[in-house]
Design a protein around this ligand. Structure first.
Ligand code: 13P
Length: 267
């Protein structure tokens, strides 16, 4: 596996923050402050702000990718309030699937998440698949088994070549680290990132698993990003709270640029 070849990605998950009235300005400000060579930037605003963020970035910084935070697992139908993959055409090119807050709030199962992955890929969206254990799992030493189960469940039945071609990204986000200010250590996150690739390799991906960017998420800030990016198995971050703060994003992406330069992907 050749970690030096993988791109460095910083994705901002705004969760249920911002309104269409303020999202455009925030996106423009973050974009202007994160123009660092070699770093793939993605902003995932709420659905209702996708259009204004798209328009704001189209004129100011079209290099910033736009992602949705979710997509429905059905093609269309009687699902009041839901958003299908086809509806995202022209609004987003990335999509987060299986975030732990959706597993918790909306009861998403690995099987549903697997179907969402399929919808995303069929619609030409680049998926960020989130996995991660609860605190009780980690305390019991079950983190590997839990994440392996999530990956097996979500990737079952998918053609590795198709997902590889779609640019699948996996975000390891331990639930106990999300929004708590208690981030994982760089070492622990790196161990999990390697375990993620080993699991995926065993699911028929083989050497292709080495292509998958694995991000860390969970209380990432400009002060701790270096600890994660110092690890060759970690390719960037999925950032929640800090992604709403331009100063924080500037610091995180600046540090990501150093990794991109060191990997030689910032050409
Ligand atoms: P925080 O960075 O707020 O911990 O959130 C992480 C996350 O869930 C990103 O998807």
């Amino acid at each position: 596996m050749m970690p030096a070849m993988r791109d460095v990605i910083v994705a901002a998950n705004w969760k249920m923050h911002t309104t269409p009235a303020d999202a455009a300005d925030l996106a423009r400000t973050i974009a202007a402050r994160t123009q660092v060579e070699g770093v793939t930037r993605v902003i995932c605003p709420p659905f209702v702000s996708l259009a204004v963020v798209r328009d704001a970035l189209a004129t100011s910084d079209p290099d910033v990718g736009i992602g949705a935070q979710n997509v429905h697992d059905d093609l269309q139908g009687a699902h009041t309030g839901e958003i299908s993959a086809a509806m995202l055409a022209g609004l987003a090119t990335w999509v987060i699937v299986g975030h732990s807050e959706r597993r918790r709030d909306a009861g998403e199962t690995d099987e549903m998440i697997g179907r969402k992955l399929g919808r995303a890929v069929d619609a030409g969206l680049r998926p960020i698949l989130c996995v991660g254990e609860q605190l009780s799992d980690r305390d019991a030493g079950r983190q590997d088994a839990v994440v392996e189960g999530q990956l097996r469940g979500a990737l079952r039945g998918h053609d590795p070549a198709a997902l590889d071609h779609a640019g699948l990204v996996i975000a390891y986000e331990p639930v106990w680290a999300i929004g708590t200010g208690r981030n994982a250590s760089g070492r622990d996150a790196a161990t999990m990132a390697s375990a993620v690739r080993d699991t995926v390799a065993g699911l028929g991906w083989g050497l292709r698993a080495g292509d998958i960017p694995v991000l860390y998420g969970g209380s990432v800030t400009s002060a701790n990003i270096a600890e994660f990016l110092a690890e060759p198995s970690i390719d960037g971050a999925l950032v929640g709270g800090a992604s709403l703060k331009p100063d924080e994003m500037a610091g995180i992406v600046a540090r990501a640029g150093l990794t991109a330069a060191a990997r030689g992907t910032a050409a």
